[in-house]
Design a protein around this ligand. Structure first.
Ligand SMILES: *Cc1c(COP(=O)(O)O)cnc(C)c1O
Length: 389
């Protein structure tokens, strides 16, 4: 049997075929309705209210971060985190080529330039040792800062992204950043709520981490995001800047910085509290679904389900099939056939250096990311798809 048919059969074996299966549908099975109704009944729908505080407390408890600031979306969280990490106009920021566009966009918002890094096959994320070799070749540490000697620009931050929820190999990455003039690390953990590297929650390793609660993420607030940090002062500043930098006062409007209107509205936080209450259950179901997929694809030659790296627990945000061969015709046939049959499948993102606005940005050899791009296929992954057996 051709492999595209085998893949289709494996999907049919795991998922019921009564209706179309989306990539990641939200599940609202808890207190969502009650909490949102409470916002409307009391009038507290906007930027102030108890659900914002409660949501931040719950996220602190869950992730172990000392300070959490809830914001309007993950992209805004990245923008703010990079700003607070000290990224300035005409700096360079190392980001993976294999990521969602928001990672690179946030760098551009600050007038800085993304510098694309390659991935490693065992995590799908940034390859720390390949990046170290690259920096050894092109970078120089002067007065405690890392400079790209080819462009003359300062390398102001490194942004690892935990792809589909699978943690990046953080220990060697952090060590490398330390070695090259203590480059600040901002983790794009938008996809990895509930994922752990050596027992510690992703997003809590760098100077700051960010989360996203977009409609397709592990939990959703409609739109939403958060900044995580262990630096209380930085956290306070993030909250201040995200609330138009208004100095607290009973009636006076005084702002001491150019601030942003990035705070998460209470009505979205209400949804978030209800979703977080169900997170352990979502994670359990997503893991069980991934296990079913592993078994269903075990016997299909030429493809496997990507599983969590060693010493890591992944949230399995988006399950990914990895084809053995770099055969775009085959990949597209699989996409065609599965979508036709009502299973929403997607290729990985077009690599950042191929997008028109980033095609002239600096980069290292990207051969692994380029190979992964041709071989990855995301398959339906929402917690609601797991049927207890
Ligand atoms: C979802 C996502 C974001 C940002 O998400 P928003 O849609 O702005 O909340 C950022 N980076 C990555 C890798 C993402 O997957």
């Amino acid at each position: 049997m051709p492999i595209d048919n085998e893949i289709l059969n494996a999907l049919r074996a795991v998922l019921s075929t009564e209706e179309d299966k989306f990539l990641h549908e939200p599940v609202f099975a808890g207190n969502e309705w009650a909490y949102v109704k409470e916002c409307i009944d009391t009038g507290w729908v906007s930027s102030v209210g108890k659900f914002v505080d409660r949501f931040e407390e719950m996220l602190k408890d869950f992730t172990g971060a000392k300070k959490v600031v809830a914001v309007v979306n993950g992209t805004a969280a990245l923008h703010m985190a990079l700003l607070l990490a000290g990224v300035k106009h005409d700096d360079e920021v190392i980001v993976p080529a294999l990521t969602f566009v928001a990672t690179a966009n946030a760098v551009s918002y600050l007038g800085a330039v993304p510098h694309f890094a390659d991935s490693e096959e065992k995590t799908l994320g940034m390859d720390p040792s390949k990046l170290a070799d690259h920096l050894a070749e092109i970078a120089d540490v002067k007065d405690g800062c890392c400079y790209n000697t080819k462009t003359g620009r300062r390398i102001a931050a490194v942004v690892p992204m935990h792809v589909f929820g699978h943690p990046v190999d953080m220990d060697p990455l952090l060590k490398m950043c330390e070695r090259f003039g203590r480059i600040p690390v901002v983790e794009d953990s938008a996809e990895s709520l509930g994922s752990y590297y050596k027992g510690k929650h992703t997003g809590t390793f760098g100077k700051m981490g960010v989360l996203s609660f977009n409609g397709n993420k592990t939990i959703t607030t409609g739109g939403g995001g958060a900044i995580l940090t262990d630096d209380e002062e930085l956290g306070k500043l993030a909250k201040h800047l995200a609330t138009t930098a208004k100095v607290t006062h009973k009636w006076e409007y005084f702002h001491d910085h150019v601030g942003y209107n990035y705070r998460l509205p209470n009505i979205n936080a209400a949804l978030g509290c209800a979703q977080l209450e169900q997170l352990p259950e979502f994670l359990r179901k997503k893991r069980a679904l991934a296990e079913k997929y592993v078994r269903a694809f075990e016997d299909v030659k030429g493809v496997r389900l990507f599983i969590e790296p060693d010493s890591c627990t992944s949230n399995y945000w988006l399950n990914a099939l990895l084809l053995d061969t770099e055969d775009l015709t085959l990949r597209d046939e699989v996409l065609e056939k599965t979508n036709e049959a009502g299973f929403m499948t997607r290729p990985a993102w077009t690599l950042m250096h191929r997008l028109p606005m980033f095609e002239h940005c600096p980069r290292m050899d990207l051969s692994v990311a380029e190979s992964l791009e041709k071989r990855l296929i995301n398959i339906p992954s929402g917690a609601g798809l797991y049927v207890e057996t």
